[in-house]
Design a binder for this molecule. Structure first.
Ligand SMILES: [Cu+2]
Length: 556
């Protein structure tokens, strides 16, 4: 389909809605009626804008962010987050029909992907739909997903990493009757935690690959790396093109960007005051590349009640939970476990992280600019436990949460020969089965039939590749929720996953799965409802931007 034409067509459909902006109340009422007639329950405008936000003491940080405006529908559908750069939280119920206008006020093309949502391909935010500055893209879809914590972020070709890093991301929380009947902690006891890492320069500006948002502004980031600083290469040499930011930046462009500060919900040094009572913590790893190994400070088990695609059948307990970029984990915690006045913390424990070459961890050195290598331990969130009103008796979550049937691999049309997707590194370029991203291409191997199930296997145990590099990858398939069927270990990096092994929550519906070095992860995917061209890729955003992304095509 000619997507330019499509954009115009979609745009025309909402010309009337657009025209009412800023008009008096009667105009808005007329619009609401028109939308009600069209079956639209909620209409939201999201402006992608550049603006300063006060994130730390001193100068405001220039960010890119989504500014939301509710045009029609219940006020609870949009919760602004003025205190930080994160986008508004969109809250919808399963079955609702939503129209969302993206208005691009950035100086470069962008498009929004609704991560985890099952929507038609023209609504999925494929980079072929990226809109130029000043343009509008109108999304309209029905929320078919189960209750769960989904999210949205940009997806333009080659610029996803930068745009997310500069602040573009928001939560998309879906509720439904099944979830409501459980009486899980809600309101202020249902807390989203978006985990991200960032590096700031001395003027409080985000530094991405050696430069900030204002390209010509001086930045001190080049001086921060002992190895890659001015001593090794002339500053002038590093200013332009590939060499911007020097060798450390070049490596980060490929291996992934790691910030040296952890931000929770867009704030540094985050802390939270909680009562001695049950809470629901919806954790999203919104980082570009960093993986978290989440644990309570004292080794208390984490209790997971949901993951990417909503609630699990029953709560699961883990000593720690691995959370790769774009993955979500829904935690249930009763803070009555700790006495009033306790200072406790959610931490990320040490694990064998990325950038291992022949057994030597090169993370810190090669990443150059991050003081916090992948796999380094740190505190994520400090919490202070206050006295609760319900008494300090620790309670358990509901024993039964939902119905998640066991995956049946025999449902797959390729049960006997799962499709293999090797995660590869060629000549300084990431790939899948040796191929990098092509905007409109999907090979016959990447073509599936609408209505069928298939087994796919992501293999991160290639023995070739640049210097035998071992890195985790966070594999995401657009447009679907899949099931993990099997996770096996092989290859020369087999040992690397040991420090992560006990932290996977593979029980529920997933849209993103961590594949550690030496691992093979087999998934069962159902290609239902929507034909078209969709993406699958690594969600470590610099890997994605660097070619570890391909299309798959669903044919009728
Ligand atoms: Cu990757």
């Amino acid at each position: 389909m000619d997507h330019t034409r499509r954009r115009v067509v979609v745009g025309t459909a909402t010309a009337a809605a657009t025209a009412t902006l800023g008009l008096p109340q009667s105009g808005a009422r007329a619009e609401r009626k028109e939308e009600a007639d069209a079956g639209i329950d909620v209409h939201i405008e999201l402006h992608a804008v550049q603006e300063p936000v006060a994130l730390r003491p001193g100068a405001p940080t220039r960010v890119w962010r989504y500014r939301g405006k509710l045009l029609s529908g219940n006020a609870s559908a949009l919760e602004a987050s003025d205190a930080t750069y994160l986008g508004p939280i969109i809250r919808l119920r399963r079955g609702q029909r939503v129209r969302i206008d993206l208005i691009n006020e950035l100086p470069e093309p962008t498009i929004i992907h609704w991560h985890g949502l099952h929507v038609p391909d023209t609504m999925d935010g494929h980079p072929r739909f990226a809109i130029a500055p000043g343009e509008r893209y109108v999304y309209e879809f029905t929320v078919l997903n189960r209750a769960g914590s989904y999210w949205f972020h940009p997806h333009p070709h080659g610029r996803t990493g930068a745009q997310v890093y500069f602040g573009l991301a928001g939560l998309f929380l879906v509720s439904d009757d099944e979830e409501a009947a459980l009486g899980l902690p809600s309101g202020r006891y249902d807390i989203p935690l978006v985990l991200q890492d960032r590096s700031f320069d001395r003027n409080n500006q985000f530094i991405y690959l050696g430069s900030g948002l204002l390209d010509d502004a001086p930045t001190d980031s080049l001086d921060r790396s002992p190895m890659m600083g001015g001593g090794m290469m002339g500053r002038g040499m590093m200013r332009g093109g590939m060499m911007r930011g020097g060798m450390g930046s070049m490596m980060a462009r490929m291996m992934g960007v790691l910030g040296d500060e952890i931000l929770v919900n867009g704030r540094s040094r985050a802390s939270l005051s909680v009562e001695q009572r049950p809470y629901r913590l919806r954790v999203l790893n919104g980082s570009n590349t960093r993986t978290y190994k989440l644990a309570w400070h004292d080794g208390s088990p984490l209790i997971a009640i949901g993951s990417d695609g909503g609630l699990l059948t029953a709560p699961v307990r883990r000593d720690y939970v691995m959370l790769a970029p774009a993955e979500r984990i829904d935690l249930w915690v009763d803070f009555a476990r700790w006495s009033a006045g306790s200072e406790i913390s959610l931490q990320s424990l040490a694990f064998e992280g990325g950038m291992n070459m022949g057994g030597m961890n090169m993370g810190g050195m090669m990443m150059g600019r991050s003081a916090l290598p992948d796999g380094a331990p740190f505190e994520v969130l400090a919490l202070r436990v206050e006295e609760g009103s319900q008494g300090a008796q620790e309670t358990a979550p509901p024993a039964r949460l939902s119905e998640v049937p066991s995956p049946d691999p025999r449902a797959a049309v390729n049960f006997d020969r799962p499709k293999i997707f090797e995660l590869t590194m060629g000549m300084m370029a990431w790939g899948i089965n040796g191929q990098s991203f092509e905007m409109l291409e999907a090979s016959p191997y990447e073509t599936v039939k609408l209505g069928t199930h298939e087994l796919w296997e992501f293999r991160n145990d290639a023995t070739s590749g640049m210097m035998g590099m071992a890195m985790p990858h966070s594999m995401h398939v657009h447009g679907v929720q899949f099931r993990v069927v099997e996770r096996t270990v092989s290859g020369r990096f087999a040992g690397y996953g040991e420090s992560a092994r006990a932290g996977f929550v593979d029980e529920g519906w997933k849209d993103t799965v961590l594949v550690m070095p030496g691992e093979r992860v087999r998934i069962l995917v159902h290609f239902a409802d929507y034909p078209g061209l969709f993406l699958y890729h690594c969600h470590m955003l610099e890997h994605e931007d660097g070619g570890m992304m391909r299309n798959y095509r669903v044919t009728v």
